[in-house]
Write a protein that binds this ligand. Structure first.
Ligand code: ARG
Length: 401
């Protein structure tokens, strides 16, 4: 009889497979492996489930989290045009809280007093798992085997795995650390650690090399209703379909690659590569529509809130009163975000080439320099006089100095 139970966030990779055996041997725990389906493409999840059992788990659960991930997390991310440090659409950061929710639920249902994850001590994801678990159930104890064990190199880990009968993939292990879901794909490690080296062409899986993409531009029209996509090229789609379709089509046009030096929560700068063709196409279109329909002060204020939202979610604070409050503000702006945006994708670029909305605040009779102009030019003079009065008074005083 083991001493207790632990629910492990399991991915099927070497790290979390070794975690299973390590938790059994070192902590004397029965391991329940939980595999979250957030739309990652690389693996057959039945195979992953079997691998967990082969590695020693007493139970392995595959949970399809995609609908909830889209409805609860990716919709808020799109409303917030969320880009951490103006670039990263929070691919991994958004998936952690939904996984955490199911880890805690599984632990409560099965009477497990521990939750374990396979994150390293250097990344953001350890914080996202642990802060999230504490927010949802502070009584659950957390184990992070990778921070505790002394398997420092990959070779040591493989040797430990082989000694303990854990299936090690025969394919030559990739030097990269990859995390992917519906919202995109994150690639780290290997040669990418040298920020002077151009990232190798073979690291990408969702995007075509822009130089090899089609020679003709691709036009895509996205229809929005209350801030979410509802049609593509006139055909009705669910939000999830829109993400999947745009991942395909924008990715094939070579759009969606991000190369950045990122500031991690734990204080380290890292060189990161992402692919997020669908997310970036949707955010580009969504922003363009907001420019058309949101009133000036609201739009400006929202831009500030968006930065805060992205930093907060990046920094492991999904489950927090501030994130909820910010979402309250953001949600209140989305009712008018209805209309259509036309994108032109060409060899890695994505330009907005058209936008329209029945709720547009753009009024051509006010904007035009042509015949149908209804703007009162004379009112401008008095407005500017009073608007500039404080600087005029200040300027007069300055001249005395
Ligand atoms: N740096 C990104 C983040 O913190 C991506 C992390 C992805 N994890 C991975 N195992 N590659 O959100």
């Amino acid at each position: 009889m083991a001493q207790g139970k632990v629910v492990l966030a399991y991915s099927g990779g070497l790290d979390t497979s070794v975690c299973i055996k390590w938790l059994m041997e070192e902590k004397d725990l029965d391991v329940i492996a939980l595999i979250g389906d957030v739309g990652q493409e690389r693996q057959d999840l039945d195979f992953v489930k079997q691998k967990a059992l082969d590695s020693g788990a007493v139970e392995a659960l595959v949970v399809d989290m995609r609908e909830e991930f889209v409805a609860e997390y990716l919709s808020k991310a799109l409303f917030a045009n969320a880009l951490y440090e103006n670039k990263y659409p929070l691919v991994s950061a958004l998936s952690r809280p939904v996984i955490v929710k199911y880890l805690v639920q599984a632990a409560e249902e099965r009477g497990a007093e521990y939750i374990a994850h396979g994150c390293t001590g250097k990344g953001n994801d350890q914080a996202r798992f642990e802060v999230g678990i504490r927010a949802l159930n502070p009584d659950i104890k957390i184990i992070a085997p990778l921070r505790e064990w002394d398997l420092v190199t990959r070779d040591q880990e493989i040797a430990w795995a082989e000694k303990h009968g854990i299936p090690v993939p025969v394919t030559t292990a990739s030097p990269y650390s990859i995390d992917d879901n519906l919202w995109g794909r994150a690639i780290e490690c290997g040669i990418i650690e040298d920020p002077w080296e151009e990232p190798p062409f073979d690291i990408y899986a969702m995007t075509t090399n822009p130089t090899e993409a089609a020679d003709e531009p691709l036009y895509i029209t996205i229809g929005f209703e209350a801030g979410l996509p509802v049609s593509i090229d006139g055909k009705k789609v669910s939000y999830m379909d829109a993400i999947l379709q745009l991942n395909e089509r924008a990715g094939a046009a070579g759009f969606g690659r991000i190369d950045m030096i990122e500031n991690r929560l734990i204080g380290v700068k890292s060189h990161e590569i992402y692919e997020a063709p669908g997310a970036l196409a949707l955010i580009t279109a969504h922003k363009a529509l907001e420019e058309l329909v949101l009133e000036r002060d609201t739009l400006r204020y929202k831009h500030q809130i968006e930065q805060d939202w992205a930093s907060y979610v990046y920094d492991a604070k999904w489950f927090s009163p501030l994130r909820e409050a910010l979402d309250g503000f953001i949600a209140s702006t989305q009712g008018v975000v209805c209309g259509e945006v036309r994108l032109k994708l060409y060899k890695g670029s994505c330009a907005v080439v058209g936008r329209k909305s029945d709720l547009a605040l753009y009024d051509v009779t006010l904007a035009t320099y042509g015949e149908e102009d209804s703007f009162d030019r004379e009112a401008a003079a008095g407005f500017i006089e009073l608007f500039g009065l404080p600087t005029q008074v200040w300027g007069r005083q300055q001249r005395k100095l």
